[in-house]
Design a protein around this ligand. Structure first.
Ligand code: APR
Length: 228
């Protein structure tokens, strides 16, 4: 069985990483257009850098939860037949043991150079405008996909969805495209579709089945079911 699992902020919520659209979510304290658009970065780079620097630093204090670990367990059994596509920019899937993970919205622990286009592993601040380790130019930006930009790996994601038997969405509100459209795309190509989310997402009616509750409980239970 070939499986694609799409994850969103909800899978990391119980690790202590704030989601975007829930009460106390990240977008509650910030206007999206002030920190998550290329225009914001052009106008106020230091505000944008401080926002992502704080989130990168906060990663040190959080740990993967049973939902991340369960997906790693599933990967150990399915190998290449499982792909995790995450909208999250944290590294909790990797720290939970997953290796086949696509970060379609980029990664906090990476910096993107606007000079040479190179992506470099990054664990420090960017607000103090360090030079690019590759080309030396001081044009580094957070390696995250902002509103109005094209997500990473879309071709590979689409090709994998084309031949998946089961599409599972975990902890995402279904508010942001293209990820919100994956359920219909996979469903039209014959995949069974399952939602695992705390609350019904915006697209919950598009799934063949939806289960609601905390990811730390739903995901391990579903993985146990798959592994029989
Ligand atoms: N277990 C399962 N689901 C949860 C939990 C939990 N413990 N806590 C919250 N959720 C659910 C919420 O009910 C909500 O539906 O996770 C979802 C989080 O939704 P969003 O905050 O909108 O996050 P996400 O869907 O990942 O956002 C998509 O929006 O701003 C952008 O680039 C950002 O990647 C992000 C994208």
């Amino acid at each position: 069985m070939r499986v694609v699992v799409l994850t969103g902020a909800g899978i990391s919520a119980e690790s202590g990483v704030p989601t975007f659209r829930d009460a106390d979510g990240l977008w509650e304290g910030h206007r999206v257009e002030d920190v998550a658009t290329p225009e914001a970065f052009d106008h106020q780079p230091s505000v944008v850098h401080r926002f992502y620097d704080a989130r990168r630093a906060a990663l040190l204090a959080v740990q993967p939860n049973p939902a991340h670990h369960a997906l790693a367990r599933l990967e150990a059994a399915l190998g290449d037949d499982l792909l995790v596509v995450t909208q999250n920019i944290d590294d909790l899937h990797e720290r939970g043991g997953s290796t086949r993970v696509l970060h379609m919205h980029g990664e906090l622990r990476s910096a993107l150079c606007r000079g040479c286009g190179g992506r470099s592993p990054w664990d420090h601040e960017l607000a103090d405008l360090p030079p690019c380790p590759r080309c030396g130019v001081t044009e580094l930006r957070p390696d995250v996909v902002w509103f109005g930009e094209v997500p990473y790996e879309m071709e590979r994601i689409q090709q994998t969805l084309d031949r998946t038997d089961l599409f599972v969405s975990v902890g995402t509100s279904g508010a942001v495209y293209p990820a919100a459209g994956f359920v219909q795309y996979a469903g039209r190509r014959g995949a069974r579709t399952l939602e695992l989310n705390l609350m019904p997402s915006e697209g919950t009616h598009l799934f063949d089945e939806a289960r609601h509750g905390p990811a730390s409980e739903l995901v391990p239970a579903w993985v146990d079911e798959v592994l029989g």
